[in-house]
Design a protein around this ligand. Structure first.
Ligand code: SAH
Length: 348
């Protein structure tokens, strides 16, 4: 006789949705047995959609200057210990050129909300990357923007946009963000991105302060309705210069379980094994892939600035070169029977 929880996982696999109570029961009561059961189903789904291929995206962290003050984030405005930097257009392009040589066909440009990079400046950078590398996808992760700004970036050639919703509950959102930020605006950005035709990524941290099983259940319900093309999710990790410095980090196993459940619910979703997952455990990204993830985002930022883009303490790969990160991932994937694919890796 299957455990009740395994039946819920089967039900998710068949119907692609669960009720709030069912999700909550899963998160409250799962053990290694159910987690491994979900991982084995998720892994089979990944294999059937993507074979044993892993998509890689090169991430260029081009500015850590941020006007926002998210309580969890190491590059929040109030952190006066952060050494701030901005890359020039040429430096950003050089990172992409280098990445192209190593086989990256997607570049992710991520930053704080830095008003120096106006929408027209960003559009120009996107056009330059697309003209040097017309066979590549450009993903932006710049925080919240207005509809017209997103439209301009789309028209400049940006293909994808990552904007984690962070939490699907307004009250919880307000505990993680300062008063100036609004849950409604973040949600509006996500719907704007989808209506503009971006391949869109949402997502949440696992174990963020004040998150409960029921709130995480709400995130799963939200993702089920939104049907994003990508889901970015990793454990919350505290940063010493934030108000959440003494909060407990998120659970590694729960992160793996959530990855599997995302894969089961949205079989074709692009699902990264994140850097935070690789930070919480030495083989976190491998275990993420074995739990159903199909994307890895190695760092393409210049080594000189990597330590300055510290969203949380202990972030991995801050001493390495882009080439080292790229081939490290290839070796790690090979060891577990997967291969890095040289492709844009669009949503199918
Ligand atoms: N400024 C952009 C990019 C933010 S950084 C934006 O607002 O979208 C990308 C992601 O890192 C965030 O969405 C958040 O979920 C994650 N992150 C930030 N601080 C973190 C922490 N302390 N632990 C784990 N993940 C964190």
């Amino acid at each position: 006789m299957q455990s009740d929880l395994k039946q819920l996982i089967d039900k998710l696999n068949t119907h692609k949705k669960l009720s709030l109570e069912e999700w909550t029961a899963l998160f409250d009561n799962y053990t290694d047995e159910e987690r491994e059961y979900a991982a084995s189903i998720a892994r089979e789904i990944s294999k059937s959609v993507f074979s044993n291929k892993i998509y890689i995206r090169g991430i260029v962290e081009f500015s850590n200057i941020c006007k926002n003050d998210c309580l969890y984030c190491g590059i929040r405005r109030s952190n006066t210990n952060a050494q701030r930097y901005r890359l020039t257009d040429d430096e950003i392009l050089l990172c992409c050129d280098e990445g192209y040589e190593y086989g990256f066909r997607t570049f992710v440009l991520q930053s704080g909300e830095d008003s120096f990079f106006t929408t027209s400046k960003m559009a120009e950078i996107v056009r330059k990357i697309k003209s040097s590398h017309p066979d590549c996808a450009v993903t932006l992760s710049l925080g919240e923007k207005e509809y017209d700004e997103l439209k301009e970036l789309k028209e400049a050639g940006a293909d994808r946009y990552l904007l984690r919703h962070e939490t699907a509950d307004k009250e919880h959102y307000e505990k993680l963000h300062p008063e100036q930020m609004s849950f409604e605006h973040r949600m509006k950005c996500l719907s704007d991105l989808l209506s503009l035709g971006f391949q869109t990524g949402a997502g949440m941290m696992i174990g963020s302060p004040y998150q409960t099983s029921r709130l995480l259940a709400k995130d799963m319900m939200f993702l089920c309705d939104l049907k994003p093309h990508m889901i970015g999710t990793g454990p919350f990790l505290p940063h010493k210069d934030t108000p959440f410095r003494d909060m407990e980090k998120g659970s590694y196993k729960l992160t793996l379980f959530v990855l599997s459940l995302c894969r089961i619910m949205l079989p074709r979703v692009l699902l990264p094994a994140t850097t935070a997952l690789g930070t919480i455990a030495p083989d976190g990204r491998e275990q993420g892939v074995l739990a159903g993830a199909n994307v890895i985002m190695p760092n393409l930022s210049p080594t000189a600035v990597r330590k300055k883009y510290m969203l949380y303490d202990g972030k991995i790969c801050t001493e390495d070169s882009s080439q080292e990160c790229r081939f490290c991932i290839q070796g790690r994937m090979k060891k577990i029977g997967y291969e890095v694919e040289i492709t844009r890796g669009d949503y199918k």
